[in-house]
Design a protein around this ligand. Structure first.
Ligand SMILES: C[S@@+](CC[C@H](N)C(=O)[O-])C[C@H]1O[C@@H](n2cnc3c(N)ncnc32)[C@H](O)[C@@H]1O
Length: 218
């Protein structure tokens, strides 16, 4: 096929994608995600319940933010954080369409999710931690944002350890050993490793639960 036609097709696809974002389109999801992702178990691991205040960091289109909003209800709150302004616009639109005023879309920075201090019961990071280049700064912000005893749940694609960090960013993976080192170094207590999540295309996502201890350094 001539290059000019291929370019036109790509342009058309991009325009359709932009329009769907602009109109507050449906949240896209990988096939069968409501089953393989085990969202109820993930939200239980966060101890999210009616009235909880939680954050979904690296929210993307907000697949989890929507489910968390339903779980915490109007007496709770969900900070849906992303560094991509398009994701934030997208979340703002579906939250308005669904009348979920408990969702607060937040444009984060690479080193700061811009969360309020000491207010959160739990933070969820799904398929996003591997993208966070300023991981220590992010961890410190998570710890600051959580109440004592608050939970941090990190779910991400596993890999073999001992490669330079850049390798994992390119592979969209993060060894669980690195996640555990990062959390320990930043004052989190490891709680539990839940059974791995096997995605629709057989990726293995490690499901790790951490806690901000009651007595923790600032
Ligand atoms: C693969 S998507 C995750 C989607 C979502 N968590 C889900 O489960 O559907 C990764 C997202 O992380 C975001 N991201 C990367 N670094 C970030 C950071 N430092 N703070 C917040 N979001 C970040 C990206 O913009 C992207 O939207």
């Amino acid at each position: 096929m001539p290059r000019a036609i291929i370019r036109r097709w790509i342009l058309l696809i991009l325009i359709i994608y932009e329009l769907s974002l602009a109109s507050g389109g449906q949240i896209t999801s990988a096939p069968g995600r409501d089953v393989w992702q085990r969202p109820e178990e993930v939200m239980d691991a966060m101890r999210a319940h009616t009235g909880s205040t939680v954050a979904d960091v690296g929210a993307g289109e907000g697949w989890f933010s929507l489910r968390l909003a339903r779980r915490v209800g109007t007496t709770g709150g969900v900070y849906a954080v992303d560094i991509n302004p398009k994701m934030i616009d997208f979340i703002r639109k579906w939250a308005a369409n669904e009348k979920l005023s408990q969702v607060d879309p937040v444009l984060g920075a690479e080193d700061d999710p811009h969360l309020p201090a000491g207010k959160l019961d739990a933070i969820l990071v799904v398929d996003s931690y591997h993208e966070m280049r300023k991981y220590d700064a992010m961890m410190r912000s998570f710890r600051r944002a959580l109440k004592a005893g608050g939970r941090l749940v990190i779910i991400d694609s596993d890999d073999n350890p001992y490669q330079p960090r850049e390798v994992y960013i390119e592979r969209h993976t993060i060894p669980q050993e690195l996640v555990r080192d990062d959390t320990a170094r930043n004052g989190f207590r490891f709680v539990e490793r839940r059974p791995d999540i096997i995605t629709h295309d057989d990726d293995v996502w490690t499901f790790l639960i951490f806690e901000k201890p009651a007595q923790t350094p600032k």
